[in-house]
Design a protein around this ligand. Structure first.
Ligand code: XCC
Ligand code: SF4
Length: 655
């Protein structure tokens, strides 16, 4: 019996079945050769709980966990399942679902809060290592906070002092997390009919923190026990994320670090170099990584690296930190979420610096097998393993901290073992898109010429717009869903806006190049991309930058010709390989902003069919958008295309 158990613990993944990517396959195999387990192997050894997956396990009090599995063969007649307190499957699934929204909204929004705090300290001239890089962006967002950008002096209208504007915007922005009265400022940026829908439903978020707290209260034992009312609060928190915390994060990052414009770079583990110091930044907040980029590119540090025998310093990013520094600086993307352990398995990672979110604790165990220094930097994200260093990052001495970290990486270069093995695979990518650059590259406006997005949607060269986003998931083959969904969409003339790990996956596959247009696109989309020189898949950045997709959709609505609300647009959303709570929050703010949104893998609602139907059918009647689940990637894309066609028909542009 014991022998059987031991064999079980040693289960390993089949590298080819685990990922479609060659570099990933190579590194999984190498890890196995070295006897180091990765998430791919652990996914073989441990299977998820079937009841939890269906969303019907409640552990909100100590009388549980109460598990309400669906009877074999489905429910006949009345559904009598209930927990000790009487909670129904709908209540339990809805409570679990909105707690996921709370987790996701909290993560995005706390990230936003941190940026807002840094912005305030910069505006007040208390942090000297940062500056306002994009004053135009500041001026463009000021009006949403009712901050004047001009003053009248003796009847003459003059520009207001930019520092004054900055302080006022920063204070008002930071106040969005906890203001006592009113509603979030940015809600008015949504198309007017959408704002009115939210108002009518009573889901206008009051402040960001409150909506998250209220979820925790309502889902405590014995509070809200009506799934419709529960999901309503989920909606309010999700809107507070998308049109609040995330949008504020994006905007204030643009003000501080610059609004992205298209840049060329590369992606996949092959961006690491064996003769350079490889410093990997991983996590989400650009507040730290911006400084690391500046430090690593400083001549003094490059010289120091050379003095230690390296040819230079190669920075690389993982997860959304990667996306942030890619968008603004063209720093190459080393890996998606699922490849993070593999970056260390190369043996060439001299230091990995992490901040918050999506950082696997097993990185510490893998780092133990190599010379890699693993450095946590955020007070809210530490690791228990004793080989992990903590260098707390503080905006008041940001550059000093960053230099310390870069120096650590350089000093560690000489400690590499002989076992360096960097996969060769990498691909070129053009990233750095945003609302501003979509407008700029497609004719300078959204409507009125041969080149604009709206005109090309109306004339049918572009069939519609898809937002394809989100994580990797070790329960599905790495990147397979991402790539299959995106390829099917562009083949059918649907332009894709991407963020997060989908963006990284597309980059690794070469889909973020203008050349991809002639290879993978239908004739209409190919023609548009070739005419204006853009890739068919536009990388809009990190997870918080999904707010850019909301604003792009809003601009398309406002430019005219495609209906009056986001729900009128020939558009759809997708997260083929989602796994994080943030994805549920994103999905839900897409849905309640009017977007048909399809998830791959699974939805934790299947054990509560009534609640599931409510999300997938009834929400459409209220918000115009709804949830769907489709595991097969081609069908997944086809469902999105069918929805796009339905909208084209309603607009009378289906000919
Ligand atoms: Fe994390 Fe943002 Fe998901 Fe990737 S996509 S696994 S959340 S890094 Ni946002
Ligand atoms: Fe069970 Fe109700 Fe407690 Fe949940 S809240 S664990 S359903 S008794």
């Amino acid at each position: 019996e014991k022998a059987v158990k031991k064999e079980k613990a040693l289960k390993v993944a089949d590298p080819v079945k685990a990922s479609i990517d060659k570099a990933t396959q190579e590194m999984i195999a190498r890890a196995q050769d070295l006897g180091i387990d990765t998430i791919f192997d652990r996914a073989e050894s441990m299977k998820p709980c079937n009841i939890g997956m269906q969303g019907i396990c409640c552990k909100n009090c100590s009388m549980g966990p109460c598990r309400l599995p669906l009877p074999k063969g489905g429910i006949e007649g009345e559904d009598t399942r209930k927990g000790l307190c009487g909670a129904t499957p709908n209540t339990i699934a809805a409570r679990n679902f909105i707690r996921m929204i709370a987790g996701g909204a909290a993560a995005h929004s706390d990230h936003g809060r941190c940026v807002a705090e840094v912005f305030l300290s910069v505006a007040r001239k208390e942090s000297h290592d940062y500056a306002i890089k994009d004053a135009d962006k500041l001026l463009s967002i000021a009006p949403y906070f009712d901050v004047a950008t001009t003053v009248e002096v003796d009847g003459e209208v003059l520009d207001r002092d930019i520092d004054e504007i900055a302080v006022e915007v920063a204070e008002k922005a930071l106040n969005e997390w906890g203001k006592a009265e009113g509603e979030l400022y940015y809600l008015k940026r949504a198309p007017a009919p959408l704002y009115e829908k939210w108002k009518k439903q009573g889901v206008l978020p009051r402040n960001i923190d409150r909506e998250i707290v209220e979820i925790m209260h309502r889902t405590h034992i014995g509070v809200d026990q009506d799934y419709k009312n529960l999901i309503k609060q989920g909606t309010r928190a999700a809107i507070a994320d998308g049109w609040g915390g995330s949008m504020l994060a994006t905007d204030l990052q643009d003000v501080l670090f610059g609004t992205p414009y298209p840049v060329q770079s590369e992606a996949n583990l092959g961006v690491m170099k064996d003769d350079h110091v490889n410093l990997i930044v991983h996590g989400h907040e650009p507040v730290l990584s911006e400084m690391i980029v500046a430090a690593a590119q400083s001549p003094a540090m490059v010289e120091y690296a050379k003095s230690k025998g390296a040819k230079g310093i190669q920075l690389g990013g993982i997860c959304c930190t990667a996306n942030e520094i890619l968008q603004r600086h063209g720093i190459p993307t080393a890996a998606t979420f699922l490849q993070q352990e593999l970056a260390i398995i190369t043996g060439a990672c001299d230091a990995m610096v992490v901040d918050i979110q999506c950082i696997m604790q097993n990185l510490a165990n893998v780092a133990k097998c190599f010379h890699t220094k693993l450095i946590t930097t955020h007070p809210i994200a530490k690791m228990e393993q004793d080989n992990v260093m903590h260098i707390e990052f503080d905006e008041h001495h940001a550059m000093e901290d960053a230099e310390k970290i870069v120096k650590l990486a350089i000093d560690n270069f000489k400690n590499r073992g002989a076992e360096v093995m960097i996969p060769r695979q990498k691909n070129t990518q053009i990233a750095g898109f945003g609302v501003e650059s979509i407008e700029y590259h497609l004719g300078g406006s959204f409507r009125g010429t041969y080149y604009t997005l709206n005109d090309n949607i109306i004339n049918g060269r572009i069939r519609g717009i898809a937002g394809v986003v989100g994580c990797n998931n070790a329960r599905t083959r790495h990147n397979e869903g991402h790539i299959a969904v995106v390829k099917e969409l562009i083949k059918n003339d649907v332009i894709v806006l991407t963020t997060g790990c989908n963006g990284i996956a597309c980059a690794m596959e070469g889909l973020l190049t203008p050349e991809a247009a002639s290879v993978y696109c239908g004739p209409g989309l190919a023609e548009v991309c070739e005419t204006v020189g853009i890739p068919p898949v536009l990388h809009l950045g990190s997870c918080v930058d999904n707010s850019r997709i909301l604003l792009a959709a809003t601009e398309v609505v406002k430019a005219g010709g495609l209906g009056k609300d986001i729900s009128d647009l020939p558009a759809a959303g997708s997260a083929p390989e989602w796994m994080s709570e943030k994805a549920i929050s994103i999905g839900h703010y897409f849905v309640t902003s009017g977007v048909y949104t399809v998830f791959g893998y699974m939805l934790p609602t299947s054990g509560a069919p009534v609640f599931h139907d409510y999300l997938s059918k009834e929400l459409e009647k209220i918000y115009g958008g709804m949830w769907d689940l489709e595991v097969d990637p081609v069908k997944h894309a086809q469902k999105m295309i069918a929805h796009i066609d339905k909208k084209r028909k309603a607009l009378g542009i289906d000919k």
